[in-house]
Structure formats: C-alpha cells, structure tokens
Design a protein around this ligand. Structure first.
Ligand code: VAH
Length: 317
C-alpha cells in the first residue's frame, strides 16, 4: 500500500487517519479527498496532495485513482447515526450508491478498499454482551441498515470479483482533534470539552446506557493494521468487531471527576439518540480480530481520560 485516497479526509476519523497514513507511508502519496465546504486546512492541506472527491461522483473518484495511481481507498464518507435518521435518503445515497461507485472503481483498477462499519450495524435482537463476530444483525436505524449493507456488499465484491475489501466495526470514537457530528456516541467527546472548560455537561444519553467506545489512536491503529494483515490469515473481512472499553455516562463522568473534581453533569435525554443507543449492544467480542490480524487496544478509560484532558487543556485554555 503506497498511494492512498482518503475519502472524507476532513471528518472525525479522516482528519487524523490521513496524517497517520502520510507518516506511515512517506514514500507514497496519501491524497486527502474532500467535498466543497469542508476543504482541508493547515497541516492536513500543507502536508500532501488534496482533491475534491465526492463519493457520489464516480468519474471524479476514478480520475483521482488514475492521476495518483491509487492502490488503496479508505472510504470514510458517511452521515453518522443521528444525522442519518434526519436525512435517511441522503445517508443511503452516500453510504450505498457512493460505496457502489468505490467498489466498481476498485474492481476495474485493482484497488484495496477499507469502508468502516460500526456497532450501529447491530440491532435490538443482537446479543448485547460479548456480541459475537458472526451474529444477528437487524438494525433499526438507517445508519445501521447502511452499515449491514456495506458489510454485505463489500464481502460480495471480495467473493465475486476478488476485490481486497476489509473493514472493522468501530465503537464510538473519542478524540481531541476533530469533533464528531451527528453521532449517538458524540456525548463521550463533548463531555471532555465541557469538563475542561469548567462547564456543566448536559448529557443526551440516559444513565445506565452502555456503549462500546475507543480512543482515536487505537481506531487509527486498527484502520492501518487491518490493511496490512496477511490475507491468508483473514477468515473474515467485512467486518471485524474491535473493542477497547464499554461504559455508561456515569462511568465516564466519574473517571473525569478523578482528574477534575468539581466537574458537574446533568441529563436531558435526546429521544432519537437514546432510541438508537438502546438498540446497540453493550460490549462486543473482538476475539476474531485479535486472532486473525493481532488487534489489541492500547488505551482504557483512565489512560484515555488523562490524555484527553491533557490535550484539551493545551487546545482550549
Ligand atoms: C455514531 N460515532 O454515533 C458513530 C458511530 C458507533 C457509533 O457509528 O453514529
């Protein structure tokens, strides 16, 4: 993997993954793909090539693949779960028609493709604790429907055409660099900002709501490592459960209070995001990812909290 196109390079994952890929593959080109209105800025813009790359414009993507001799596409274009409930048809267009464009280009031009899935690909009938790698997936959100379809379509292109498609089911991702937008797990990022700014956090997710979560450095490590895995060891492809920690709002609140004792939080539950969160599992079993390509997280809640607060104090204060 040396010439890479990151579609959605200015989003929560893409903004950090693009920089990581540029560090990991200095001899190649990592192209930052963006859509109008979310152009790369600063170090993301200055550290490598960037191109307008709308996943729904197949010719535009194909031209970039030809121009830079792309061998790997990271397809991060998506509306997150709460936004996708507000704009279901737009979410389907981006996540499914867009994906079909990417897979067809990859088939014709022999590119590998990474398209993330999510805990959102599970639903109320999925086993909640130690969710198996292979299990029932009947999501009740449009986001979840597109994620299950993404997994199935990506596997289809692997089995039918030999396209090298790979994927992980991301938990909620937490980072201090780029705020997420429109996700059900966004609260786990917002809470750190409120704590560092000395504000009372108004939590949209009810107490007792467990969700899998992960610190962004571990998510980036997974996105790079899975594409480096030896294909002969992969029994699965789209998509691997990966896990790091599972917590409720009160658990993360207590972890932050250990570092910021006077931090306050109260609840104003958002029914849309609560309904989605209630349909997701509490904790995934990631033994297949560990066995097939050596996945292992580095951060737990305590070490993530210390690191988040340290960096947000530098960023905000
Ligand atoms: C969301 N952050 O909340 C995303 C993610 C597992 C959650 O898919 O929609």
């Amino acid at each position: 993997m040396k010439n890479i196109l990151v579609i959605g390079s200015t989003g929560q994952i893409g903004s950090e993954l693009t920089m990581k890929l540029r560090r990991e593959y200095p001899g190649g080109k990592t192209v930052a793909g963006y859509i109008p209105g979310s152009e790369p800025k600063g170090i993301l813009r200055d550290s490598g090539p960037f191109e307008e790359a709308n996943v729904c414009n197949a010719q535009q993507i194909a031209d970039i693949v030809d121009k830079y001799d792309i061998d790997t596409i990271y397809n991060l274009a998506a509306l997150l779960s709460a936004t996708a409930e507000r704009l279901p048809l737009r979410a389907w267009d981006i996540q499914m028609n867009g994906l079909l464009n990417i897979l067809e280009i990859a088939r014709e031009k022999h590119c590998a493709v990474f398209t993330p899935s999510s805990i959102g690909s599970f639903g109320p009938s999925t086993p909640r604790m130690n969710t198996p790698q292979d299990t029932i997936q009947r999501p009740t959100s449009m986001y979840g429907v597109t994620k299950v379809a993404t997994e199935l379509l990506s596997d289809y292109y692997f089995y039918k055409y030999g396209v090298d498609t790979r994927s992980v089911r991301f938990p909620g991702l937490i980072s201090y660099t780029t705020l997420p937008g429109g996700g059900t797990t966004d609260y786990a990022v917002e809470i750190y900002y409120a704590a560092v700014k000395g504000e009372t956090y108004v939590c949209p997710i009810a107490p007792g709501t467990y969700m899998d979560m992960m610190y962004m450095p571990d998510a980036l490590k997974a996105a790079v490592d899975i594409m480096r895995a030896k294909p002969q060891y992969l029994k699965h492809r789209n998509s691997f459960n990966i896990a790091a920690m599972s917590f409720t709002p009160e658990i993360i609140y207590e972890a932050i209070k250990k570092e910021i004792p006077d931090f306050k939080m109260r609840y104003e539950v958002d029914p849309v995001r609560q309904h989605i969160a209630d349909s997701w599992p509490d904790k995934m079993d990631d033994s297949c990812a560990r066995k097939e390509w050596g996945w292992a997280p580095t951060y737990n809640l305590e070490s993530m909290t210390r690191d988040m607060i340290k960096h947000l104090r530098e960023k905000l204060l």
